[in-house]
Design a protein around this ligand. Structure first.
Ligand SMILES: NC(=O)c1ccc[n+]([C@@H]2O[C@H](COP(=O)([O-])OP(=O)(O)OC[C@H]3O[C@@H](n4cnc5c(N)ncnc54)[C@H](OP(=O)(O)O)[C@@H]3O)[C@@H](O)[C@H]2O)c1
Length: 284
């Protein structure tokens, strides 16, 4: 099976490369080699690599800045996905498109969101990602949409300038004051675990449709930060604050927990982040 990974230099793209099963022949294409906004580049990549599957991890991920530049978010998260889906449908290629918990509004608290729940995004980023999902699901028959949440990986997100875990470690080490929101409950997810779930879906040729792939359990970002510094053995006080006191452009759901009704069972977020800290050489 030949596979193209788009956005291959990103957090998830990198972990997909690190965890690819040997039966897949992977062409990991960074934006430099495949800009998915450019249809001609998509066509060239398909001719060159003859993929059976395209995994699309490329995305516009700057959640707050998207409020000021919706065109850029929609161009990549919706229109480029539409164009990919049309080509995949035409050529009989399976499309696995990665999406987000930001398609939900949080009203389901205290129950985790399942694949069948109705999206209602609160931000431009969330709307653009939902539009991408809908294009993909409606235009391509052989389609997987995999929603994940709160990613951190061996490589930080270039679009977001790192990741939450690395940012907390850095601040704690340099004794910077740390204040973290305690009224957004989420599913922080190790990008490597999300990548493994994606490979599991493809290897098992699971039925086409929507899947949630997030570490199990849930926590506030404050609780997550406290766990990180404790496990790293760092002496840092983490103050808590509320979303309302921490102005950000984009609205975020206060409950953003992904569950699944599929066979994909993912380990608890604590176990996942402990392994990540260990791999970063940061576990005490
Ligand atoms: N990060 C999270 O917390 C999170 C949570 C839920 C869902 N997700 C979803 O998970 C997926 C992967 O996210 P991530 O954290 O791996 O993001 P990331 O680290 O920012 O990676 C995204 C990649 O896409 C590339 N890219 C940007 N524009 C492109 C274009 N026009 N053509 C091709 N590639 C392009 C970026 O390259 P450059 O660096 O050159 O721009 C980057 O390598 C996305 O669909 C995202 O919406 C992420």
């Amino acid at each position: 099976m030949k596979i193209i990974i788009t956005g291959a230099a990103g957090q998830l793209g990198t972990e997909l490369q690190h965890t690819a099963p040997s039966e897949f022949e992977v062409a990991a294409l960074t934006r430099e080699h495949l800009d998915i906004i450019d249809n001609a580049q998509i066509d060239d990549a398909i001719v060159m690599h003859k993929p059976n599957i395209i995994i699309n991890t490329a995305a516009y991920v700057k959640v707050d800045i998207a409020e000021d530049e919706p065109e850029a978010a929609f161009k990549l998260n919706a229109i480029a996905v539409r164009n990919l889906a049309l080509r995949c449908q035409e050529k009989g290629i399976i499309l696995l498109h990665v999406s987000t918990d930001y398609v939900f509004d949080g009203a389901k608290e205290p129950e985790p969101y399942l694949e069948c729940d109705r999206p209602n995004p609160l931000s431009t980023y969330g709307v653009s990602k939902l539009a991408g999902e809908l294009y993909a699901l409606n235009l391509c028959k052989n389609i997987y949409v995999v929603r994940t949440a709160g990613l951190y990986g061996s490589r930080g997100s270039a679009g977001k300038g790192g990741n939450f875990v690395l940012a907390i470690l850095k601040k704690a080490k340099t004794k910077e004051p740390i204040t973290v929101i305690d009224d957004i409950i989420a599913s922080p997810t190790y990008a490597r675990d999300c990548a493994s779930a994606i490979w599991q879906i493809l290897k098992a040729q699971m039925p086409f449709g929507i899947y949630h792939a997030a570490n199990s359990g849930s926590c506030s970002w404050h609780e997550f930060a406290k766990h990180i510094v404790t496990k790293a053995g760092l002496d840092a006080e983490i103050k808590s604050t509320k979303q309302a006191l921490y102005p950000s452009k984009a609205r975020r759901a206060s409950w953003s927990v992904l569950g699944t009704s599929s066979n994909i069972k993912m380990r608890h977020w604590k176990e996942a982040v402990d392994e990540y800290l260990d791999k970063q050489g940061a576990l005490k």
